[in-house]
Ligand binder design. Sequence first.
Ligand SMILES: C[S@@+](CC[C@H](N)C(=O)[O-])C[C@H]1O[C@@H](n2cnc3c(N)ncnc32)[C@H](O)[C@@H]1O
Length: 192
Amino acid sequence: MPVLCLIIFQSFPVNLDVLMIINIFAFSLSVLFTIFIIYFFFMVYSNLSGAPFILTSNARLSKVLELIKLPNGSKIAELGSGNGKVVATLTQKGYFVTGFEINPFLVLLANLKIRKLNLQNNCKIYWKSFWNVDLSSFDAIYVYGIPHIVDRLEKKIVTECKSNTYIISIGFHFKNLIKISKGDGVTIYQKQ
Ligand SMILES: C[S@@+](CC[C@H](N)C(=O)[O-])C[C@H]1O[C@@H](n2cnc3c(N)ncnc32)[C@H](O)[C@@H]1O
């Protein structure tokens, strides 16, 4: 569309300054349109491969902190780390947190947040699908997903996680993991 505008406008004899403004406008529009298309692609892709971007609420995050009984320095993986809110909060509580996020815009946003809070030495956020991550080195896994990935994710957890790994699940339930505590839409499981 912006290219078409450009061609139409350029077919008429106009002042050079006006033409330049039109060119800049058309170029900016193309850039914005491209960014929107890429963002839209990643939104759809993340829906299919995990969950759409929905933040853990403050109330649920407080519940997580109340329920998890992990020693300081424990390693937590967040599967689908969104804008880095959970990574930042857990890191501030003394955990080493690694976030994996499929949407590069959210990875950028999260990394800016981490830098702003000066937490970069104790956490990392990677642009990577969590399906391609080996979960064996983590003491806990945090995930806010949607039902269609539960069975596949449960298999991955059972196969890869070491014994006693905690699974912090927001909003959805695993059938075969042992539930150890629950409240306000937060469920904590432990792998046997
Ligand atoms: C429901 S949001 C949760 C965001 C954050 N964990 C929170 O609780 O505030 C799920 C996130 O997972 C991301 N996601 C979906 N599929 C993914 C995948 N295969 N690998 C990495 N991230 C994924 C989405 O882009 C989205 O940011």
